[in-house]
Write a protein that binds this ligand. Structure first.
Ligand SMILES: [Zn+2]
Ligand SMILES: [Zn+2]
Length: 787
């Protein structure tokens, strides 16, 4: 054997031994490779999107490394796919997972320069590396690297046997780190360009493809020059690989894309969750726990890292209006707090919610609209005793009760916020918020029925120990929340159907699977007719009652005001045919307030702006409703020429009734008296024709009420003493005198028609003045502002 041969053999032997050793090493390494679980290849930790009621994205949530939004390949522009392929893996569509040509080149390059680059990794390998072999960042030795590389290639080959190129590319594009805490092309597109990946141009696509080589070093926001260099290489490759034309190439290079990136960044604000989002996410996590058995941590993890799409019920316009109006500081005299809720009349969803004044600079904070339990005041009357009494047919809107000095069963006098107005219909009692009538109706219905009714309206904070008479005017142990009160009133807006308030319709996971679905939970609170009657009665609150300050031109509105002792709590809850708005105002420490109007004004400001885009519509009238013109002082049918021309004014009203409940008898409370204007006495036979007037008075009046002023005078048998003979009649009544005595003809309406007892509609009504009483509203209205 020649020396040459021996050398050759030994070299061959060494080579064989090396190959054998290498094979054993490769085999051993492959055996150590993790198994290929497809769920591992798919990226996790996605950005969660919150959509509003029109499907617009209103916010995105990102936990640590969760800044990721999944897109499917059909949403990715060709330029973007090609940009990545051109720079990262030009033979992507031709290789089977590993790029042998690339590997050979890298090997030759490595042997000749002793520098082994990562360059030969295919897109498939990079996907495996990022999602399966995630420990590569901890590699210590060269051998670790080689080992990982072998596993990577092995798994890449296996993956491509079971998954298509498109599948690989889609998962890759959703996986890659694109700098600035963004993972995946969609999140990066949002971060750098403020738009969806589907809208990216060629230059923008090239910018993103340029980042991958070094997410920190080529971040286009912080390192535009470095990115630009790599981006140019991307475009060069695209041109060379004939993905783009020379014109497109030139245009992309000329585009000053980095200026736009800087601007987008300036426009983006780091912000706390909004009031709506707070409530929404609390609701989503709660449902994940109760419906899917998540722990609290798991639920919040899903929200922040699960790539969920949360389809919320927020009406973004209304939410914005509420936030702006709440923060109009000119409304407030001090540090009052407020909360606002708007619920949708058509489906019971929450459209807007504000939990307090001021800039909201942290998330998941105390929300007064949901968490504060405050006294309801007079707003309880509608959904308490009045709803129960109307629904059971005990009373009608035309039922007349006496608003008179009165006491609780234990003898404690019950206070009205103002004067006693005497006989009033239920409508009048609602408009003027009579506490007396409320208590009388409560006593008639019974506390148990009132509580049962409140439960049907979804009021969950009241229980058996609240079944005491002060509940009639809103007194309770724990109080109520704005959210529940607004939802309760929304039942009336919705024709009597209560719906538990909700903040989302659907939560979809990042695979498009429905995780949570929220069907409205609805049940009947009261009959449609009852809801309608209460609605019509509560329109009077704004027409001429306690809510006049909150009235505005536009859609019809119905609602109720409420205050509690020392105005600690002030409410206005009301609705148009489309939605319901509840406003609460007070101090956090429950101290007294002198100013209460701000709540009504806030309600008005929100409703006026909020309804301006809605088409005019009336409240729907159920079939079983009729009308009758009644005398509002006794509740019977009005008599023409009598009830409509009393000394108190026109005391008739066309009222709504459930069929069969309208009165059938005629007015019994009014009486005509012929009076001589000159003497103010009962007219006698000698009084001149032009001096005699027929006046309509009440036959009876309860002492201590405003009715006393309209009570028929008791003249006894005596008639006019001024006109005692025919002679007097012929010569006495000359022109001068009639001018003097004619003084009483027209006294102008005082001002805004703050006249309790008159239910004749709008405050602009010109009512008959009271010729009998020169001060027809005698000190009534000025202190009759009540709950
Ligand atoms: Zn009458
Ligand atoms: Zn006379």
């Amino acid at each position: 054997m020649s020396r040459k041969k021996i050398i050759l053999l030994s070299v061959l032997g060494t080579l064989l031994a090396l190959i054998a050793a290498g094979s054993v090493f490769v085999g051993f390494t492959i055996a150590k490779a993790p198994s290929l679980d497809l769920t591992d290849v798919v990226p996790d930790g996605y950005l969660t999107s919150i959509l509003d009621d029109e499907g617009n994205t209103i916010d995105t949530l990102a936990g640590v490394e969760a800044n990721r939004v999944y897109v499917t390949l059909d949403q990715v522009p060709d330029d973007l796919k090609h940009a990545f392929i051109a720079i990262e893996d030009e033979r992507f569509y031709r290789h089977k997972g590993i790029d042998l040509i690339g590997v050979s080149r890298a090997l030759v390059e490595g042997i000749t320069t002793f520098h082994f680059s990562q360059g030969a990794s295919t897109i498939t390998q990079q996907l495996i590396k990022n999602n399966v072999l995630t420990s590569w960042t901890e590699e210590q030795t060269f051998l670790d690297k080689v080992e990982r590389k072998i596993q990577e290639q092995y798994l890449a080959l296996r993956l491509e046997r079971i998954r298509s190129k498109d599948w690989v590319l889609e998962n890759y594009l959703n996986t890659i780190n694109l700098g600035g805490g963004t993972w995946g092309v969609q999140a990066a597109s949002m971060r750098y360009f403020g738009k969806s990946v589907s809208e990216l141009t060629l230059s923008e696509s090239a910018v993103l493809a340029a980042v991958t080589k070094s997410p920190a070093g080529f971040d286009p926001l912080n390192h535009p020059e470095a990115n630009n260099e790599r981006m140019t290489a991307v475009l060069d490759n695209m041109l060379a690989q004939e993905y783009i034309s020379q014109e497109a190439y030139d245009a992309a290079l000329a585009d000053n894309v980095y200026e736009r990136i800087a601007q987008t960044h300036t426009d983006r604000k780091v912000h706390a969750l909004s009031w709506f989002e707070d409530a929404l996410l609390n609701s989503v996590t709660e449902d994940l726990m109760t419906q899917h058995g998540y722990t609290e941590d798991e639920a919040w993890d899903a929200v922040y890292r699960g790539g969920l799409t949360i389809k919320s019920t927020q009406n973004t316009d209304l939410q914005r209006i509420c936030e702006e109006e709440v923060n109009n500081d000119a409304l407030y005299s001090g540090d009052q707090q407020v909360s606002v809720v708007i619920t949708n009349g058509s489906d019971g969803s929450v459209m807007a919610i504000v939990g307090g004044r001021g800039t909201k600079d942290s998330s998941l904070v105390y929300n007064r609209a949901v968490e504060s339990m405050r006294q309801a005041g007079s707003t309880i009357k509608i959904i308490g005793e009045y709803a129960a009494a109307l629904d059971s047919g005990r009373i009608t809107l035309g039922t007349v009760l006496d608003d008179e000095p009165y006491a609780y069963s234990d003898g404690t006098p019950i206070q009205n916020a103002g004067n006693y107005m005497g006989k009033t219909t239920l409508r009048g009692a609602i408009a003027w918020s009579s506490n007396i009538v409320a208590l009388k109706v409560y006593q008639d219905v019974g506390g148990e029925a009132v509580l049962a009714g409140l439960k049907k309206f979804g009021i969950s904070t009241l229980d058996q120990k609240d079944v005491v008479e002060p509940l009639a005017i809103g007194g309770s142990y724990h109080g109520v929340t704005n959210l529940e009160m607004t939802a309760a009133y929304n039942s009336l807006c919705a024709g009597g159907t209560y719906t538990r308030p909700y903040f989302y319709t659907e939560v979809v996971d990042h695979d498009g699977k429905v995780l949570l679905s929220r069907e409205p939970e609805s049940s009947r609170a009261v009959k449609a007719e009852t809801a309608f009657l209460l609605t019509r009665a509560m329109m009077s609150v704004f027409d001429y009652g306690t809510g006049i300050t909150a009235a505005f031109e536009g859609l019809p509105i119905a609602g109720k005001t409420g205050t509690t002792n020392d105005n600690k709590d002030v409410w206005t809850i009301g609705y148009c045919p489309y939605f319901t708005c509840g406003v609460w105002g007070g101090f956090d420490d429950n101290s007294a307030q002198s100013d209460t109007d701000y709540v009504k004004i806030l309600w008005k400001n929100i409703m006026k702006r909020g309804t301006s885009d809605y088409i005019y519509r009336e409240f729907e009238v159920p079939e079983d409703i009729t009308t009758a013109t009644i005398c509002t002082k006794c509740g019977n049918l009005a008599v023409e020429g009598l009830c409509d021309s009393t000394v108190q004014g026109d005391m008739t009203r066309t009222e709504y009734f459930v069929s069969g409940t309208a009165p059938t008898k005629k007015c019994k409370c009014h009486t005509e008296v012929r009076v001589c204007k000159d003497s103010g006495m009962k007219a006698g036979p000698y009084c001149p024709y032009e001096s005699v007037e027929t006046r309509v008075y009440l036959k009876e009046a309860t002492p201590g009420t405003s009715d006393e002023k309209y009570l028929a005078p008791s003249f006894g048998s005596e008639t006019c003493t001024e006109h005692t003979s025919l002679l007097e009649k012929m010569f006495g009544g000359d022109d001068d005198r009639s001018g003097f005595w004619g003084d009483d003809k027209e006294t102008e309406e005082s001002d805004e028609g703050k006249t309790p007892g008159n239910e004749n509609g709008s405050r602009d009504d010109s009512r008959e003045p009271d010729p009998y009483n020169t001060d027809p509203y005698g000190g009534v209205w000025d202190f009759f502002f009540g709950p």
